[in-house]
Design a protein around this ligand. Sequence first.
Ligand code: LMR
Length: 318
Amino acid sequence: MPSHAVQAQQEPIVIRFSHVVAADTPKGKAAVRFKQLAEEATHGRVRVQVYPNSELYRDREELEALQLGAVEMIAPSLSKFGPLGVREFEVFDLPFLFPDEAALHRITNGPIGAGMLQRLRLKGVIGLAFWDNGFKSFSANRPLLAPSDLTGLRLRIQPSRVLDAQMRALGAQPMTMRFGEVYAALEAGVVDGTENPPSNFYTQGMQDVQSHFTVSNHGYLGYAVIVNRKFWEDLPSEVREALEEAMRKATAYAASISQAENDRALNAIRASGKTQVHVLTETERQAWKKALSAVSVEMEDVIGRQLIADIRRTIGTR
Ligand code: LMR
C-alpha cells in the first residue's frame, strides 16, 4: 500500500511550495491561491506550505531540492531550466519574440507548450502549468533610450544562454546571479543594472538603487509550475485529480492578475519619485528590435531551429 494511504489516515499530505519572489507578485499570489484551492478541493487531506522570497531554497538549489524530493513544488522562471538540461525553455527569452500576451498564450496554452512540459518527465519532474508574470523592462543608473546606452554596463541576468547573448548584442556585460542577491549587488555597485517586469522590480525595492527604468517590453518573464515526479505519481488518484483542477484554476487566476499587478507596480515605481520611468517610443523600440535581431539566429543551435520556426508559425510572425 503506497505510503500516502497510510498517512492519509494519520496526517495530511504536505506540499512544500518554494519560490524566490515576494508574496505580493503574480507568482506569489497565484501560489497562495493554489494553496486555498487545493486545501478546499481535498477537504484538508492536502496541506500546501508556501515559502516565498527564497526563504526555503534559493535559485538553483530549489531545482536540486525538487529532484531530491526535499520540496514538492516550485515555479521557476522559464529562463532557469538550462541547469535541468532543457535549454529549449530559453526560447521564451528571445527578444521581441512575442508581440503580446495573446501570442504568448497560443504557445503556453497550446500543443507546443504542452509538449515542452511533457518532455520534463525525462528529468524526474512533472510540468503542470505555465504561469504568467509579464514583459520585462531595463533599469540602470542612467537614462536608457537607445541600445547604445547599455554599452559597457554590467547587467544582471538569469542563468540563460539567450539572455547572455541578448546583453552581449547590446554591448553590455552579462552577470548571472540569483534573484535574491540582485538588490544587494545593485546597492553595492557589483552590477549596474538589470531587467525585470515592474512587479519584481518594485517588490524587491529596486527603485531605491536604480534611478532609471525603461519600459521596453523586450522580453517575457514567465514560469513553469513543476512537481517531483515520484511524489505526484504516488498520490492517490482522486487527490491528484483534485490538485490538477486546483492548478487549472490557479493558472487562470495568475493569467487574470499578471497585467494588473505589473501596472500597479509601474505606478508605484513612478509614485516613489526615486526612479524615472521612460516608455520607449515606437521609433526607439524599432532601434532596440534591430539591435537584438541577430540573437535568435545565434541561438538556433542552443534552443532548436524547429521550435523557433514552429512558434513563429503559430503566432503568425513568420
Ligand atoms: C529572476 O530571477 O529575475 C526571476 O526569475 C525571478 C522570478 O521568479 O520571477
